[in-house]
Design a protein around this ligand. Structure first.
Ligand SMILES: [Zn+2]
Length: 235
């Protein structure tokens, strides 16, 4: 099947490693099921280092290479970087335009994004403000901007037509409404996470923590693994 006929999924997130940590198992499952999956990373994570000798330019190259390696583990078909500066993301009209461009180009049935309403998770994690800004810009791009042709008419002039996304999977959300079982692809998700070497200090501890975090018990009491989303079905 060509990329045109398959269910197309576009994952649009703030940083390299966000897709793998938040929904790498679901992505691996979708690829196995024959869906065509693309990534758009808004920043290249060029501030995420404690190394006193690191520069944003060197870090950008490292993190883009790690992201491509992680995407390859999951079988993702396309990876694009918008190269906005890390740590400075706002849902501006410029960012919305760039996201709308990719939605109109890729023409996804499903868009996956981060939850713009999540300021914190329980009592241990303040959500990265780039995640909120990315989620807000993506939702605005999905509805109404990519759908209505009078928004960003320069896209039409460039040969792109308006596009209506059917479903949105919102991840990194404190209020999931849908769970995807990832037990069969858990090892792929964990392998993909480990490709982000510059972000992983203690691989064994990280993997142990994620196994625990993703775990649940099914009706027979067996240990399984899952990822949660708020899923919107757009009419
Ligand atoms: Zn992030």
């Amino acid at each position: 099947m060509s990329g045109e006929e398959r269910t197309r999924v576009l994952v649009i997130m703030a940083h390299p490693d966000d897709p793998e940590f938040s929904c790498g198992g679901t992505i691996a499952r979708w690829v196995r099921e024959g869906r065509y999956v693309g990534y758009v990373l808004i920043t290249s994570g060029d501030k995420g280092s404690e190394d006193p000798t690191m520069t944003p330019e060197r870090l950008r190259k490292t993190r883009e290479a790690e992201q491509r390696a992680a995407a390859a583990v999951l079988g993702v078909h396309e990876v694009h970087f918008l190269r906005y500066p890390d740590g400075e993301l706002f849902p501006t009209q410029e960012l919305r335009r760039d996201i709308v461009y990719h939605i109109r180009r890729f023409r996804p049935h499903i868009v996956v994004c981060q939850d713009p309403t999540a300021y914190y998770f329980e009592d241990y994690y303040i959500n990265h403000p780039d995640h909120r800004a990315a989620g807000e810009a993506v939702l605005a791009a999905v509805f109404p901007l990519a759908r209505d042709r009078l928004n960003f008419p320069e896209h039409e002039a460039a040969g792109l037509s308006p596009h209506k996304v059917r479903e949105v999977y919102i991840t990194t959300t404190p209020n999931p409404t849908t769970w995807v079982d990832i037990t069969d692809v858990l090892e792929l998700k964990l392998q993909a996470i480990l490709q982000h070497k510059s972000q992983v200090k203690d691989p064994e501890a990280l993997i142990a923590r994620w196994r625990e975090r993703l775990q649940y018990k099914d009706e027979q009491g067996r240990v399984r693994y899952r990822e949660g989303f708020r899923v919107m079905h757009l009419s």
